[in-house]
Design a protein around this ligand. Structure first.
Ligand code: SF4
Length: 295
């Protein structure tokens, strides 16, 4: 079974998918990946802390009280995420304090947004504590693992917003955002999650969003039948690539290769051919041993 990230990876470079998932080559850790991981951990923990925060809001709380509770909790989460990722932070030559400060603005922005949303909800419904949590919408499911035997794909959805009448997948992304819309790989990713959710929850999913954290912009991806068919075709294509044992060529758009951590190995054709031969020989041996007449 393939993963959803392999689909967007394929759109970026089929050869890279082959090198990573068939030849098992690993990219060295990158600064952007480490920063992305810390931020993902924060947002996951923030979603998981939401119930506790909302239930703790008492009658008479004003906006400033609510914001203080969010800020205190989210700061604790950020400190913890930095501490838990200290090893990988140092491995890409970053300082933990620098990572803390680089994330602080986004996390404080998140605290303010959540406090504002909750404050408006309280003003409208005049409820607090447990009752507030019970009727609050939308609620968010974080980091849900989903897989489909039927589609042959699995993945972990960053966030699912649960509204009374629908569920919406949200993909969180660090790094640059396109001028408008979303990057093609991100569109494929969030749409694939939509398909997986339809099977998982047995209900139709009509749209998803990609949130570009660095610019704090949430962009809509409407799903339609053509997009869903495109995803199914792509799943089939990637599965065929994995089974084929044929290395795709080096990209002609060399600009993409500049930031690729596998470039040195990828451009060394002798090295790649030797790895493919090794894999083929290994598979042939394996087949001999598993043949029914082997004694
Ligand atoms: S160096 Fe270029 S062609 Fe090679 S795997 Fe990376 S992106 Fe693909």
């Amino acid at each position: 079974m393939i993963s959803v990230s392999m689909l967007s990876g394929y759109l970026y470079c089929p050869r890279k998918v082959f090198l990573q998932y068939v030849l098992k080559l690993q990219e060295p850790p990158k600064e952007s990946l480490v920063l992305g991981t810390v931020r993902h951990h924060c947002y996951d923990a923030i979603n998981k802390s939401e119930e506790h925060i909302v239930r703790s809001i008492q009658k008479g709380s004003v906006f400033e009280d609510i914001q203080t509770i969010y800020k205190r909790e989210h700061l604790r989460i950020l400190r913890e995420a930095v501490a838990n990722n200290q090893e990988s932070i140092v491995s890409v030559r970053l300082h933990p304090e620098e990572v803390f400060l680089r994330n602080l603005t986004y996390i404080m922005f998140e605290s303010r947004q959540r406090a504002t949303h909750l404050h408006h909800f309280i003003k409208k419904n005049d409820v607090f504590g447990d009752e507030l949590w019970n009727i609050l919408t939308p609620k968010v499911i974080s980091e849900l693992k989903v897989e489909s035997q039927l589609l042959g794909v699995r993945g972990i959805i960053d966030q699912i917003e649960v509204h009374p009448d629908k569920k919406i997948p949200i993909e969180l992304k660090t790094g640059t955002a396109p001028r408008e819309g979303v990057w093609p790989g991100h569109k494929i990713q969030v749409s694939a999650y939509g398909l997986l959710m339809e099977e998982h929850f047995q209900e139709s999913v009509e749209e998803g969003f990609v949130t570009y954290l660095d610019v704090n912009d949430r962009r809509k991806v409407p799903f339609n039948i053509f997009l869903k068919e495109e995803i199914k075709d792509l799943i089939h294509t990637v599965n065929r690539l994995i089974e084929s044992k044929k290395v795709p060529p080096i990209l002609t758009e060399r600009a993409k290769c500049k930031s690729c951590g596998l470039r040195d190995q990828c451009y060394n054709e002798d090295h790649i051919n030797a790895l493919v031969k090794e894999l083929r020989d290994y598979n042939e041996e394996l087949e001999k041993f598993s043949a029914p007449n082997f004694v």
